[in-house]
Design a protein around this ligand. Structure first.
Ligand SMILES: [Zn+2]
Ligand SMILES: [Zn+2]
Ligand SMILES: [Zn+2]
Ligand SMILES: [Zn+2]
Length: 183
């Protein structure tokens, strides 16, 4: 496993700048993303949020497969900085990769979970409209194109408190690994 010489420390401040910009873009500082309250300053809105929505995980990570949510802007900003690689591409700030377990996570599921997963979700069939595809990528493209942002992957574990579902297969996999992996 060769890793390109990391220039992480140097890029770190840039990453947090980008994270802040991304955050401002998705969650304008004076706008309450829960109720739409428009404060006069960001402090006003922070204050409002603390008083009315304390503990509300309203700040969701913008990176689709990640689906982590936080109760504060700084919480999400920290997460973005630590868990993701953020770059500027053609003048646009984008999340380019996930430092989390995105690639290895499926291997971390124990056999039992992996089997249940496979029995619930066939990667060649759309779980929403049951269209069939010849490969995984086509299924994924179809889901993005036809059911974009719909949370069509539901957790199948009994008594799971997360009944909202996930927009991507990976989101569900990540959830399973994090919450239901046998310890
Ligand atoms: Zn509010
Ligand atoms: Zn994230
Ligand atoms: Zn479909
Ligand atoms: Zn679950």
């Amino acid at each position: 496993m060769k890793v390109k010489a990391a220039k992480k420390t140097k890029d770190h401040s840039k990453t947090s700048d980008y994270a802040a910009a991304l955050l401002n873009d998705h969650y304008p500082p004076t706008y309450c993303c829960v109720c739409g309250y428009q404060g006069s300053t960001r402090f006003d809105t922070d204050d409002h949020f603390r008083k009315l929505h304390k503990g509300n995980r309203a700040f969701k990570c913008m990176h689709e497969p990640c689906s982590q949510a936080f109760t504060s802007r700084p919480g999400l900003q920290y997460h973005l900085t630590m868990a993701h690689t953020i770059e500027k591409q053609n003048g646009k700030i984008v999340i380019t990769s996930w430092k989390g377990k995105a690639n290895s996570v499926e291997k971390e599921l124990d056999e039992n979970l992996a089997q249940q997963l496979a029995s619930h979700y066939d990667l060649l069939t759309c779980p929403k409209c049951y269209s069939k595809f010849s490969n995984k990528t086509k299924t994924k493209d179809h889901i993005v194109a036809s059911h974009n942002k719909e949370k069509i992957f539901k957790c199948f574990v009994d008594n799971c408190s997360h009944d909202e579902g996930f927009a991507s297969f990976l989101g569900l996999v990540y959830h399973l690994a994090k919450y239901h992996a046998a310890s």
